[in-house]
Design a protein around this ligand. Structure first.
Ligand SMILES: NC(=O)C1=CN([C@@H]2O[C@H](COP(=O)(O)OP(=O)(O)OC[C@H]3O[C@@H](n4cnc5c(N)ncnc54)[C@H](OP(=O)(O)O)[C@@H]3O)[C@@H](O)[C@H]2O)C=CC1
Ligand SMILES: O=C(O)CCC(=O)C(=O)O
Length: 417
């Protein structure tokens, strides 16, 4: 595959193939894992505020359910396409396998720029999508959650619509819901918290003190903002952050909480008065820092810019931010990459806790949730670090190897090969 295409699904297939070959699995394992088991495309006609009708295209990809129900987020973005959703669902299968939670992988999305919709149009679109996919999802079948440009309110609308469509009370059919509506404490923070814990543990391995470590964060949405917040709580200095329009710098370290408050009010980082300088958006990737956290979209670190990356550690908050060609360059430079399927697994881990609480009609404290999340992620990190050393591979390949082994065993026991 040429890097020119940067097709995320081809990249996901390549990552799985490399790890299957390294493990020496029988050909049937890759043969099953190379494609999602089911991909659904839906057309969603929405009545716009001016009375016109616009039809949006949505997808749900269900990659593998050998270990448990399909699980994974929903993305609302103008660039969503079928291969992107297929890639994201593939990564979900291996992410759940890495942290050992009882799910397979799924992912969905709608090709829409939600910034162009009113709140009422957004609600009608979300409800239309939930109705359209209601036949293929369910608390024990496929459980969606938030991803780019979706949030707890959207999950609540979707639960409501799904329950109307099916006539069943089933709050566990979506996770990432508002805390006051069957959500879990700690879910909003979970992905960014995990990205920070993984950066901390990688820094420990490399003897880099976290106190005073310089950090750059690409993307300042749910994942990026909490990753930055927890890094600063650990004593690191967040010196650069970006969003879809710019990159801002503070060489002595941002006051992250006040930056988050500013973004919540204005919707962007530009204009924040605690910044010393603003640069073009992608400058964030090549800053002179100890830790880089790509927390935006796929294909951000490629063969074009990997040579210029100066960080010692990359903790991937986004899914698929690094291409295989870039991975090789980073490895040759000695940069430790904590791969997406481990670094950002905190979100789905706490979604699992939310689902368990929903099924049991129970609610855990914030501290209990974070403690359980940290325990699971630290254990997975240590296992992968050990595998990496034993097999002389990078962390990404080690993570896939660990996960594929678990999924292959479940598929074997089910008699799929
Ligand atoms: N939410 C979750 O729990 C999980 C999310 N992820 C992954 O993390 C990533 C971010 O998701 P999430 O934080 O939820 O999404 P959000 O929608 O909350 O935030 C996305 C952020 O990325 C910014 N952004 C978009 N394009 C670019 C770009 N080209 N360069 C720099 N910044 C950009 C957005 O800027 P702007 O506001 O200007 O549009 C925004 O700050 C995605 O890859 C997602 O799949 C992974 C695991 C779980
Ligand atoms: O919380 C979840 O179920 C999934 C989150 C997600 O979409 C992801 O990890 O990429």
């Amino acid at each position: 595959m040429s890097e020119k295409t940067l097709n995320p699904f081809e990249i996901a297939q390549q990552q799985v193939k490399v790890a299957c070959d390294k493990l020496g699995t029988v050909p049937a394992v890759y043969e099953i894992l190379k494609n999602p088991l089911r991909v659904v495309e839906v057309a969603i006609p929405v009545k716009m505020d001016d009375g016109s009708i616009r039809t949006f295209i949505g997808y749900r990809s269900q990659h593998n359910d050998a270990i448990g129900p399909f699980k994974g987020g929903l993305r609302f973005h103008q660039d969503v396409h079928m291969d992107e959703v297929k890639a994201l669902s593939t990564w979900m299968t291996f992410k759940c396998g890495v942290v050992g939670i009882p799910y397979g992988g799924g992912k969905g999305g709608i090709a829409v720029n939600p910034k162009e919709l009113s709140q009422r149009e957004l609600e009608r679109l979300a409800r239309g999508y939930a109705r359209a996919i209601a036949p293929v999802i369910g608390e024990r079948k496929d459980i969606p959650a938030p991803d780019v440009n979706t949030n707890p309110q959207i999950m609540a609308w979707m639960v409501d619509e799904y329950e109307k469509a099916t006539g069943r009370f089933e709050p566990g059919v979506f996770t990432g819901k508002p805390v006051s509506f069957y959500g879990s404490l700690g879910r909003t923070e979970a992905t960014g918290y995990g990205v920070a814990i993984m950066a901390r543990d990688a820094a420990k391995k490399l003897n880099i003190p976290i106190e005073g470590a310089k950090v750059a964060v690409q993307g300042f949405g749910n994942v990026g903002s909490f990753a930055a917040l927890y890094m600063s709580k650990m004593g690191a200095k967040v010196v650069a952050v970006s969003d879809s329009s710019s990159c801002i710098i503070n060489k002595s370290g941002f006051h992250v909480k006040s930056l988050i408050d500013f973004v919540n009010k204005t919707g962007q980082i530009l204009g924040y008065d605690g910044a010393h300088e603003s640069l073009e958006r992608d400058a964030v990737l090549t800053m002179d820092v100890d830790i880089l956290m790509p927390c935006a979209l796929e294909n951000q670190i490629t063969s074009k810019n990997a040579h210029n990356i100066n960080a010692k550690i990359i903790s991937e908050g986004a899914n698929g931010p690094t291409t295989p060609e870039a991975d090789q360059i980073l490895n040759n430079k000695g940069i430790v990459v904590v791969p997406d399927i481990l670094a950002n697994a905190g979100g789905v881990t706490v979604s699992y806790f939310e689902w368990v609480q929903n099924l049991m009609r129970y609610s855990w404290s914030f501290e209990e949730v974070q403690e359980k999340q940290e325990k699971i992620m630290v254990k997975a990190f240590e296992e992968i670090w050990q595998l990496k050393s034993e097999h002389g591979v990078d962390m990404r390949t080690a993570a896939y190897m660990m996960s594929i082994k678990r999924i292959a065993e479940a598929m074997k026991l089910r008699g799929w090969y």
